[in-house]
Design a binder for this molecule. Structure first.
Ligand SMILES: [Zn+2]
Length: 327
């Protein structure tokens, strides 16, 4: 959490308390964790200082372990609720019903560099936010792999899910949200033909309904299958005030199965406020997803920081506020 970008809207106090509690539970002795006093709602867990006590029966051990486990579960539930609340916030008005392929977030940084704006306190001018997005899942092997890698690297991404896949693999959709990623709408059946109003409503609303039913998140971002903007789906999504999210860096991972090609393509097209297109479904993408750790490492080396698409939107709002103050 400490390395979240400063532009990203402040999380509510509850998340700070959760973080403190997590630090406490994991045995971390950060002063912040102590001063936030998670003990006020978490009873003291007495450390076992007696080596003799190691001969506890398994039942006793289970009793000792149980509260810890219960706290962890309670806290992960709170974090999940916090994520859902955050994802259910309406997207900024300027993105509602609009189509975009990236989000300009660095006017303030440029103005600081030019000397026309004072550096906002604590702002990291070297930061280059970028959003990784995964389409066509959930998919049994590849989505699990993507989630595992993202978790290991503490990176949050945005998953554009296909409704019928969510119906098939609800646990994976739940996991996407539980692990702090953004979830978004990618139609019910991922077809490329023309849709009338009723057909488009069926594709988009049915997906929104199942995502809500399974995860509690109301989708407000849509990506048309195949990036097709003129077959009725994007028009319906715009009508429903969705932000229609395209991309600025295309891995073409569905075409090329050589990880180096994927990495090089993305590095070439990466940009500040950029949106990277990859796939965790539509087939087993495990081979190309194997490139994900290296790709993230290379992007990090180049000064990129990973955020979700909703976070990029928040960053743009902050960027605009800073520029307005300058004006
Ligand atoms: Zn797709």
């Amino acid at each position: 959490m400490a390395d979240r970008h400063l532009f990203v809207g402040q999380r509510s106090l509850s998340l700070a308390v959760i973080a403190a509690a997590l630090s406490f539970i994991s045995g971390c002795s950060l002063p912040a964790a102590r001063s936030a006093s998670p003990r006020s709602f978490l009873p003291e867990i007495t450390p076992n200082l007696n080596p003799q006590a190691d001969s506890n029966t398994s039942q006793e051990k289970a009793l000792v372990a149980q509260p810890n486990q219960a706290y962890k579960q309670a806290i992960s539930k709170l974090i999940q609720q916090e994520n859902i609340q955050r994802l259910n916030k309406p997207i900024p008005a300027e993105f509602q019903g609009k189509t975009f392929k990236d989000i300009k977030v660095n006017s303030a940084i440029k103005a600081v560099a030019k000397g026309t704006l004072d550096k906002p306190s604590g702002q990291d001018a070297t930061l280059k936010p970028i959003a990784l997005t995964f389409d066509d899942g959930p998919w049994p092997s590849s989505t699990v792999q993507a989630l595992d890698v993202l978790k290991k690297n503490n990176v949050k991404a945005t998953f554009f899910v296909v409704g019928r896949q969510v119906q098939k693999y609800p646990q994976l959709a739940k996991r996407i949200v539980a692990e702090g990623h953004a979830i978004a709408n990618h139609s019910w059946s991922h077809q490329y033909h023309r849709y009338n109003q009723v057909g488009a409503a069926n594709e988009i609303d049915k997906t929104a309904d199942i995502v809500y039913k399974i995860t509690g998140v109301k989708t407000n971002l849509f990506r048309p299958p195949g990036g097709i903007l003129n077959n009725g789906l994007a028009a319906y999504a715009q009508q429903k005030k969705y932000g229609v999210v395209m991309w600025s860096a295309d891995s073409l991972d569905w075409r090329y199965h050589n990880p180096n090609v994927l990495i090089n393509r993305i590095l070439k097209e990466a940009s500040t406020g950029g949106i990277v297109l990859m796939h965790d479904g539509g087939g087993d993408r495990s081979k190309t997803l194997r490139a994900l750790p290296q790709l993230m490492g290379e992007l990090k080396k180049r000064g990129y920081k990973f955020v979700t698409v909703p976070e990029l939107m928040e960053m743009q709002q902050k960027d605009k506020e800073l520029m307005a103050r300058k004006g």
